[in-house]
Design a protein around this ligand. Structure first.
Ligand SMILES: Cc1ncc(COP(=O)(O)O)c(C=O)c1O
Length: 429
């Protein structure tokens, strides 16, 4: 165990009401024993040695390369430690006194989220995940027959099916912009959404970065166009939160959503909904209960009942860890690994790559059909033989496999993935 971490964390544990029994817990001892402090040093400019030190901040075994960030990221060590520590603390001491200590922590997370997204804490709602955030918007707006909501066909169900079902209930109309593959260019979507807006349009709901093939959307431009026409904007940020250096003060949407367990490398069951000050009076709460937030919109909108503060504290730690790495460096690293993979993939015979080859249109999600090979078998073989975890995409829409590299992945893992694919292309799987 390294001195720096053990002294600091153990002192903090005592300070926050932990007990001696905590130190006897084998899970905690194991975790603490493995911990090395993260010191950014010269940062990303120092190259692979820096990224190796980032990798050490994840408990995924060194021989396993999981490239599935678009679905689920491992929690970074600072997040995992906070989650473990605070979960255990509440179970050891569920007294009102110990619990009361945690409420201000929720507000600290709100402030951390606001800083991360460059907005104010008064505009931040802490939710359970992106799905919940998206549905709080489609559920909470007063929409009626004659109103229109414009969505993109490639939106996630929580921002697509949700609107369709609520349209059935409340009588408004959903207008769908069709999906094009490969990415037709930013201008195409700016034009398509602009032309779809009518005097009846109330909301424009799109995805910042699609989970299907990693298409990047012209978020700022779409928000500007909508704002100028008095239309609300809902950005699903599940795939941009914690990957791109998202600046909501610049993009200016009305609503933006994200999940902690994806690119931020927080823990599960924590998410964010940004509600722009100017849109707050338009959004009804879906849930009325106790334990609201302490500032701004959260005082009326976030009465979600009892929560798990441990996962919120873990998110604040995850965001602080990302800030130490550097937000721009995170995006750059994921982009470089993606380009390495795309370049290698294009050299393999028979691969049908769904993701745009243009680096300005994709970020860190690559989907492809592995020729005539069975995608399920390829994914299973990659996992068993190469120790590489990627996911399958089933169904008729751009099926096959999807790899989404993040800061804990390495160029060697990309090479291993490519070598595995190359082997299966040559000799079957
Ligand atoms: C674009 C997009 N929106 C929403 C979601 C839902 O996220 P969650 O399951 O964390 O609610 C996902 C999950 O993959 C997604 O990719």
């Amino acid at each position: 165990m390294t001195q720096a971490v053990s002294r600091r964390d153990f002192a903090r544990l005592f300070a926050v009401g932990g007990s001696a029994a905590l130190f006897a817990d084998p899970a905690w001892t194991r975790l603490a024993a493995q911990t090395a402090p993260f010191t950014p040093g010269a940062g990303a400019s120092s190259g692979e040695s820096f990224w190796k030190s980032v990798r050490e901040q994840f408990v995924v075994p060194p021989d396993l390369g999981v490239l599935n960030a678009a679905n689920l990221c491992p929690s970074s060590r600072p997040a995992l430690e906070a989650l473990t520590r605070e979960t255990r603390s509440v179970d050891e001491d569920p007294s009102p006194m110990n619990r009361a200590r945690l409420y201000p922590e929720k507000e600290k997370t709100r402030r951390a989220l606001a800083e991360f997204l460059r907005v104010t804490p008064a505009e931040i709602i802490i939710t359970r995940n992106t799905s919940e955030s998206n549905n709080l918007v489609s559920n909470g707006l007063d929409l009626k027959p004659g109103d229109e909501v414009i969505v993109h066909a490639d939106n996630h169900p929580s921002n697509f099916v949700a609107w369709r079902e609520k349209a059935r209930r409340f009588g408004f109309t959903v207008v769908t912009i069709e999906q094009k593959n490969p990415h037709p260019g930013m201008e195409y979507y700016v034009d398509a959404f602009t032309r779809a807006i009518t005097p009846r349009t109330k909301v424009l709901a799109f995805t910042h970065l699609t989970s299907t093939v990693g298409d990047l959307f012209p978020a700022k431009e779409l928000c500007r166009i909508a704002r100028e026409r008095g239309v609300l904007t809902m950005i699903d940020g599940a795939q941009s939160f914690g990957l791109l250096d998202v600046n909501l003060a610049d993009i200016q949407p009305d609503f933006y959503s994200g999940s902690a367990h994806k690119w931020p490398c927080g823990a599960r069951e924590c998410g964010v909904l940004f509600v722009n000050q100017r849109a707050q009076e338009r959004l009804w709460p879906t849930i009325y209960s106790a334990y609201t937030g302490a500032v701004g919109f959260s005082q009326t909108f976030e009465g979600f009942g009892q929560r798990d503060e441990a996962t919120m504290i873990a998110l604040a730690e995850a965001l602080a860890f990302q800030a130490k790495i550097g937000r721009a460096a995170i995006e750059k690293r994921s982009r470089e690994l993606t380009q390495q993979f795309l370049t290698g993939l294009r050299k393999l015979p028979g691969m049908k790559v769904w993701t745009s080859p243009r680096p300005e249109l994709n970020v860190a999600i690559v989907s492809f059909l592995p020729g005539t090979l069975d995608a399920e078998k390829v994914a299973a073989a990659l996992y068993e033989k190469e120790r590489i975890g990627i996911t399958t995409r089933t169904g008729a829409d751009r099926p096959g496999l999807r790899a989404s590299p993040h800061i804990y992945n390495s160029p060697q893992e990309i090479d291993r993935l490519l070598a595995g694919l190359s082997k299966y292309v040559k000799s079957g799987v």
